[in-house]
Design a protein. Sequence first.
Length: 163
Amino acid sequence: MNGLITRSIHPDVKGNDVDLSLYKGKILLVINVASKCGLTNSNYDELNELYQKYKDQGFEILAFPCNQFGDQEPGSNKEIEDFVCTRFKSEFPIFDKIEVNGDNTAPVYKFLKEGMWGFFGDDIQWNFTKFLVDKEGEASHRYYPTTPPLSIERDIKTLLGIA
């Protein structure tokens, strides 16, 4: 297996190193999030709904805060965690703030962008770009920031084998 889950150890929002191999055999939705974006409320509401529906069937959401778009994730990890867990009551893993473009792109995003071209080449265009990763750890779909999470439920179900 040479996919995403064998490629990276990344700190979570509390500073604990998380080996992404923990997610081996799961369907993953990897998303760059921001607290002050116009897309925040609808995305978190729908992500929570998907997570509650499929978390016990082998589905996981990995949220990576990023402040590269309009300075919309300026807070500390503690502020981000409080916002996500208090306001939205999200239970899925929130990771340390990262960069998704440029020289300091996090390894997880370097891997995801390989072969999953967006409208502007491989760069992430904005907050809430979504990648669906199969059980082998390979990116199978890339969705634009404006794609509502619930609209990809069919793809999630297909990868989970429950479609």
